[in-house]
Every structure is written in structure tokens, then in C-alpha cells.
Design a protein around this ligand. Structure first.
Ligand SMILES: NC(=O)c1ccc[n+]([C@@H]2O[C@H](COP(=O)([O-])OP(=O)(O)OC[C@H]3O[C@@H](n4cnc5c(N)ncnc54)[C@H](OP(=O)(O)O)[C@@H]3O)[C@@H](O)[C@H]2O)c1
Length: 324
């Protein structure tokens, strides 16, 4: 059973636009159309998009590989003939791609209510992105941070014009507890020698939580009608372990028997993004469609502010280079 079955029908004021990692609802002329986009041909994001399309969402898929995105779109339309789905290119690990995507989207002058930051990678080895940033931090956090910032004016305007709450949902992980002991190693993001893959993953997932918390603080300060929450989807067999080789294969095989299914994994995202019970709730961490406890480091407001300032500098057009 999936939580989303209890979600209220989408209201016409909701503008949804779902990217590889997020969902938005948008209005076109006088007709409310729901959009979503995502970047994968599998995983939690695809299932989230499917559920949203089933609920009448117009889904815009932001994908690294447009061809595979189009195949997902075709399959979805076979199942849901009335589904409205589009595909756009986005590489979250590349800040110029994020800027181009946001610019293209904003130039459409379409509203945006719900943003789901879902994309994630968990590579085995230390990898630098094209921008020379450790890949997990770049993809899992910085790309989402920049994308959110570049779409915020749109979301604020939409919330004002529609008088309806906007929602930002960061798909984090309970793996955040495995972050380095310092939480975020600001001076060692690019330090290959101290890199431990699961700790770097935990760091990036901790950043997802801190990002949502700092957004919440800022929205409250500004009096903006947008919420920001983070969540753990559960442990689910997806492609996320594809780079872990045999270990990932064995884990995935075992996990088929004990873990959540992909629809169950997408349920908390759908709940936090859509459910009326979550109205006005912000700065919380969810698991199993409920508010869950986090560690002290995940609640650290000073750390969240420091991460915001660090991320701002790292994603500027001429970023301060990260130490290596
Ligand atoms: N599965 C779990 O047990 C689990 C547990 C806790 C948290 N999570 C979180 O859940 C989220 C979804 O993961 P998943 O399990 O569904 O894994 P997945 O099947 O590997 O999906 C990850 C998605 O992120 C996309 N992506 C990766 N790098 C990207 C980039 N540079 N630009 C754009 N899109 C990119 C992938 O696109 P491609 O198809 O192009 O690779 C894919 O759509 C992640 O944030 C993950 O950390 C998962």
C-alpha cells in the first residue's frame, strides 16, 4: 500500500513541474496543467513521476540522457494515455547545465509550486565533476542548491499569485549519519586522500537536510509561503548502487527480499510533496510518511548557514576554487 493513494486530488491552483529531481505544477493559459520531469529510467524519481502523472500532473522530465528520458515518457504514456509529459536536459553535476536549464525554464514564464530534489549518485571512487568538485557533493547537493536558488523567484511569485503554499522536497537519506565526524568538511571537499565513499555520500545527504532547514529559516524570515523539508525514502533496490560492483550487486540481491519496493520508496516523497497534512510543515525530516528524529548535527542552524554561504560561493559564475 502506498501513501499517495490517500493524497487529495490535485487542486487547480497547484502547478507541478517534476524534474529529474523535482516536481512542480504549472499553469498554462487558463488551464491548469501539471508538469514533472526526471532524469532516470528507473528509481524512486521515476515512480514519483508516474504517481504524479496518474494524479493528472503534467510531468516535465529533466534528464541527463534525453533519449532514455523519452523512452520513459513513451512507457508512461502507454500506461497513462492522458499523461502530459515533457523532457528537458539537465546535468546536476555541471553548474553551467543547471544555469541553462533554469534559464530555459524561467524564460517560459510558467509558474512553479513544487520542487522535488531527488537525484543522487553514490560512486565507489573519488571522482571530480567537470567543474572540479567532488562528484557526490556536486551532484547531490550543489546542483540542487543552485537549481533551487535559480527557481526561487519563480516559486515565490507563484506562491504569491496563487496564494497557495509552494513546497520544496529534498530527497536525503538516513545515510546522512555516516557523514564525516565534522559533518561537512568544508576544507576537504576535494581531498582525495581523506575520501571515503560512504562518508562523502553521508556528507552530501546531510547537506540536503541542512539545505532544507536553511531554506525554511529564510522563508520564515521573508514571510514567504513556501515550505522546505527533507526525507529518507527507505532502503530500496534501485540503480544507486550500480557503481559499487559486486558489493552493490550482492546488496541489491539481498535487499530485494528485505527492503522497500520502489513504489513504497516513492511514497514519502509523494506524501511530503502533496498531502494536505503537511501544509505549513517546514524544516522537518520525514521517513515512512512521518516526521522523524534527526541527529544534533542535522539540526545545527549555524552549520546550515555556513553550508549555504559556502555553496553560494562554490556555485557562483566564477566560483572560488575548492581546496584539494
Ligand atoms: N535507493 C535507496 O535505498 C535510497 C536510500 C536513501 C536515499 N536514496 C536517495 O534517493 C534518491 C533517488 O535515488 P534512487 O535510489 O532512485 O537511485 P537511482 O535509480 O540511481 O536514481 C538516481 C537519479 O538521479 C539521476 N542523476 C544522477 N546524477 C545526475 C546528474 N548529474 N544530473 C541529473 N540527474 C542525475 C539519475 O539519472 P540517470 O538515470 O541519468 O543516472 C537518476 O534519475 C537519491 O537522492 C538517493 O540518494 C535512495
Amino acid at each position: 500500500m502506498v501513501w499517495v493513494v490517500s493524497v487529495q486530488p490535485l487542486k487547480p491552483h497547484l502547478v507541478m513541474f517534476w524534474m529529474l529531481d523535482f516536481v512542480v505544477f504549472k499553469k498554462l493559459k487558463s488551464t491548469w496543467i501539471k508538469f514533472g520531469c526526471w532524469g532516470a529510467s528507473s528509481g524512486i524519481g521515476t515512480e514519483t513521476a508516474r504517481v504524479l502523472a496518474l494524479r493528472g500532473a503534467h510531468v516535465l522530465m529533466a534528464v541527463r540522457n534525453v533519449e532514455s528520458g523519452k523512452k520513459v515518457k513513451e512507457n508512461m504514456i502507454k500506461e497513462i494515455p492522458n499523461a502530459k509529459i515533457d523532457v528537458m536536459e539537465l546535468d546536476l553535476s555541471c553548474m553551467s547545465s543547471v544555469r541553462k536549464f533554469a534559464s530555459d525554464y524561467n524564460s517560459l514564464a510558467l509558474p512553479l509550486n513544487i520542487l522535488i530534489n531527488n537525484a543522487g549518485v553514490f560512486p565507489y571512487s573519488f571522482i571530480l565533476s567537470n567543474d572540479n568538485i567532488e562528484l557526490q557533493f556536486a551532484t547531490n547537493h550543489l546542483g540542487h542548491y543552485l537549481l533551487t536558488n535559480l527557481l526561487l523567484d519563480n516559486m515565490k511569485k507563484t506562491a504569491r499569485d496563487s496564494q497557495k503554499e509552494g513546497r520544496i522536497v529534498n530527497v536525503s537519506s538516513i545515510g546522512y549519519i555516516a557523514a564525516y565526524p565534522e559533518g561537512i568538511c568544508f576544507d576537504k571537499i576535494n581531498d582525495r586522500t581523506s575520501y571515503v565513499n560512504y562518508r562523502a555520500y553521508g556528507q552530501s545527504k546531510l547537506a540536503n537536510i541542512l539545505h532544507a532547514n536553511e531554506l525554511t529559516r529564510r522563508f520564515k524570515e521573508e514571510g514567504v509561503q513556501i515550505t522546505a523539508n527533507s526525507l529518507h525514502p527507505g532502503v530500496i533496490t534501485t540503480n544507486i548502487l550500480r557503481h559499487l560492483g559486486l558489493v552493490g550487486g550482492i546488496f541489491n540481491w539481498l535487499s530485494n527480499y528485505v527492503n522497500k519496493s520502489i513504489p513504497q520508496g516513492a511514497s514519502t516523497t509523494c506524501y511530503v510533496a502533496l498531502h494536505p497534512q503537511v501544509k505549513g510543515v517546514s524544516g522537518e525530516f520525514f521517513a515512512d510518511s512521518n516526521i522523524a528524529k534527526t541527529s544534533e548535527v542535522a539540526k545545527d542552524a549555524d552549520l546550515a548557514k555556513k553550508l549555504w554561504d559556502f555553496s553560494f560561493k562554490a556555485t557562483m559564475s566564477n566560483p572560488t576554487s575548492l581546496s584539494s
